[in-house]
Every structure is written in C-alpha cells, then in structure tokens.
Write a protein that binds this ligand. Sequence first.
Ligand SMILES: Nc1ncnc2c1ncn2[C@@H]1O[C@H](COP(=O)(O)OP(=O)(O)O)[C@@H](O)[C@H]1O
Ligand SMILES: O=C(CO)[C@@H](O)[C@H](O)COP(=O)(O)O
Length: 499
Amino acid sequence: MKYVVGVDLGTSAVKILLVDKQGNVVKSVSKPYPLIQEKTGYSEQNPQDWVDQTTSGLVDLLKDFDGDVNDIEGISFSGQMHGLVLLDGDNEVLRPAILWNDTRTTLQCQQIYDVVGEKRLLEITKNPALEGFTLPKILWVKQFEPEIFSQAKTFVLPKDYLRYKLTGQLQMEYSDAAGTLLLDVSNKEWSTELCDLLELDSSLCPPLIGSHEEVGTVTAEFAAASGLSPSMRVFAGGADNACGAIGAGILEDGKTLCSIGTSGVVLSYEASEDKDFGGKVHYFNHGAPDAFYTMGVTLAAGYSLTWFKETFAPDESFDSLLAEIGTVPAGSNGLLFTPYLVGERTPHADAAIRASFIGMDSSHRRKDFARAVLEGITFSLNESIEIFRQNGKKIDTIVSIGGGALNEDWLQMQADIFNANIVRLTSEQGPGMGAAMLAAYGCGWFDSLKACADAFLQEDKQFQPNEEAAAVYKKMFAVYQEIYGQTKELNQKLLEFRK
Ligand SMILES: Nc1ncnc2c1ncn2[C@@H]1O[C@H](COP(=O)(O)OP(=O)(O)O)[C@@H](O)[C@H]1O
Ligand SMILES: O=C(CO)[C@@H](O)[C@H](O)COP(=O)(O)O
C-alpha cells in the first residue's frame, strides 16, 4: 500500500494525517503550540515551535507504522495564512512571526491606501488593505523595528517556512501569496508596482510555485530527525482555506464551504478572476490550478467558543459545555452575542470593535450563553453568505468543516441560520486532507484534484433547515446586524482602557 502525508499548520496546533491510496486516514496526530499575545491586538508565534512540533508529530505518526517508510510517497502542507516570517541572508528567522489575527497595523493599512489608492490596490490584488494581511505587517516592522528590517533579505508564510526546513528550498506558493497583498492575483506575479510605490525592495519576494508542484525531497537531516524517508517527494501545498476547500471537494462552480476553526470562513469556488465583489469579500488564487475562490472571514469563530470555555468552564470538554444547548430554543431566549473578541473582518473591517452580549436576563443560565455564542458566530458567517447572495450567488448547499462541524446541534443551527442544506463529510479532516490530496495528485495517483476528491471524499449526513427555527433566526439576524453600528462608538471610547 502507498501513502501520503498531509500537514496542516494551524493556529492552535499542527495536525498531521497519514492517508492511504483509497483516501482512508490511517493515523492522525495533533501537536499544539502557544500564541504569544503581548498586548491587545498582538498575536505572534515562534516559527521554531512549528518545526519542533511537526518533527515530533511525524515521529509519533510513524511510531507504530508497520509498513515500509519508503511507501510513504509524498508530503504536502496546508497553513494558517498571512503570517509574516522575516528571514535574513542565511534564512534565519529575524523575529517572531506576526500572525493573521494580529491587528496592530491599522495605520499601515491607511498608509497603503494613501500611497497606492483604494481603486488601484483592488485592481492589482483584488483585495482591500486589512490588518491581518502580510504587507501591512512588513510596513510595521520597517517603521518600528528598522534594525531588524535592515537585515531582512526575504519573507515567507508559515507553511512555506516549515517546508523550507524540510527541504532547504525556499519558495512561496500562489494561494498563500495571494493573501500577502503584494501579489498581482490575476497575473500570478509579484507586483513590482506595489513594491516600488511602498519603497520595498522587490527582491524581498520569494520565488513563486503552484500548490501541487514538486519542490524536491526531504533533507537527510530532517529525514533522520523525523523518520521520513530521504527519498520522500515534497509538494508545495496551499493556504489553509484553499486546502480546506480542496479537502471538502470545493472544486467546481456552485460549491460553497463553511469552515469553523480558530477563524471562520464562508468560501465559494470561482472559475475565473473577473468577478467584482468590490473588495467586500477576499478574492484569492485557489490551490487547484488556475482557479480562484472568494471568502468572507469571521476572525474569532471557534476562538470565541474556546475563549468562552477557557473563561467559564476551563475544566470541561467542548462536548460537556455544549451538552445542553439543544434544550435552549433558537434565539437563546433573547440573548445575542457578537463574536468581535479580536476585532472583525467581514463585513466590518474594524480592528477596534469588540464583542458584546446583548439582552442578558436574570433567567439566563450558562447553557443560554453557550448557545448564544454559537448563534453569534453563525450570524457573523451569515453576513458573508448574504454578501454572496446579494451578488447573485445561489447558495443552497454548504459543506461544513473544522471544529464547528463536530457538534450536531451546531450543524443544525448552521442549516437554520444559513437557510441552506448543510453537508457533513465522513472522516472530516479539514485542510490536512486537502494537503494530502495535493500530495496524492502531485504523485500522479490521479489526473486531477477533482478525480482525487471523487475517490477520497464521501458525504456522511445532510442537515436541512427547520422552517420554524429559520423564521426565528431571520428576525434575530436583523437585530444582530444592528449591534455593530450601535456598539462601534462605545468600543472606540473603551479603547484607552484596554491593556
Ligand atoms: N467538540 C467540539 N464541538 C464544537 N466545537 C468544537 C469542538 N472541539 C473544538 N471545537 C471548536 O473548533 C475550534 C478548533 O477547530 P480547528 O479546525 O481544529 O482549528 P484550527 O485549525 O484553527 O487550529 C476550536 O476553537 C473550538 O471552538
Ligand atoms: O486569516 C485567515 C484567512 O484569511 C484565517 O483563516 C487563517 O488562515 C487562520 O485559519 P485557522 O487557523 O482558523 O484555520
């Protein structure tokens, strides 16, 4: 039997899958690493933690493997997007990586608009300037850490750095490069115009490759440390949302994905780069050759639930915390939550907004709060679905993946709030499966990613909207949508009190 490995370098952990030629997950391993949050709005990680935990995860993955490691033919990667890894001339890391959910760069986003202009930026990158993207992070380091910046020879994104440590080859692939805000998305090349306007040396931008392209084999050193065969073929991989889409079969027009991990996204396949959403949703290159996707992002989706659990039920499991939510009616007895714990992206690009519970009543118990948190996260994602529908997209079926797909009450809630059928896959593995599929396709097991998806992925269950609950949620969503405007100014006034 032949195998491939899919590595998903997430925000909370690296998840590694060993997948056989039929698409069965033979073994999976997860290894966590911490976030460094020095101040409000800051979010960093130590790239060495990614490498150490991946190495240790691979050792665990191979511990009881009774086959021949030479039969593990290929490996590929999925990674949290946008994180800035700055490297010096020897490819040594210059400072901790600044992550996608770090929102310190509001002024640098304004600087990009002032210098480039909103219209031109959108023409080149198909996206607006958002705090989470990589370019504003580069400008922040240039402004506030000039000594470090003067030593920078190149930059990469998290999973590209990890792949470099496996192979000694440094590249960035298109689906992740699209999230830097330096890529000319339509022409698939670095924008020298943007580099020139922002006074950045374009040699900072690394060579570009396609997601299923082969970059070489693992180094003898990494093979010895991990137990992988030195002849194992390494394929570039993709952004976690591109890989989530591949792993959920979002590979043709009309297919929509809802992924609830630390962040939450609603993502739709685009066959071409010429649709115009006016920057309201992100528009990125797919991991599938010559395809694209659009998506809206909730910054703190699963993260809101994790925050709630760690704050109010630290010793309980997610399942125990959510055990009673099915007994609370749709609408949580009039309690509403907005998930703006770290600011928001879609539809309100606002780093200063913060979360609220509205409508607390003395009758509310913990289960009402738990349900309200899930409803708030789902309402936020529904704002992205509204943008898609207003732009003429038909969304009647959505594949749901990530931690949010683990709970059946939440899947039913997604069906009721999105007013669409929700599909759960058997053996849902999220972006790690997409990474494994890129390796399988790269190894030549299939003629296309679509053929691989047809062989690897199976529908497990559909959740259909309940008419009564959908009607309650329609009304409640209208109230939810008012909260942003009503709390925006209050949160600006509270800014000075945050640590
Ligand atoms: N049993 C569960 N039921 C519902 N949600 C869960 C459960 N377990 C984890 N989650 C949610 O899933 C999120 C993690 O999802 P995951 O896809 O692993 O994220 P990431 O790739 O960002 O690390 C957590 O933030 C948590 O809110
Ligand atoms: O910033 C984005 C997408 O633009 C995030 O989706 C990150 O890519 C992190 O993903 P998760 O860790 O939540 O999967």
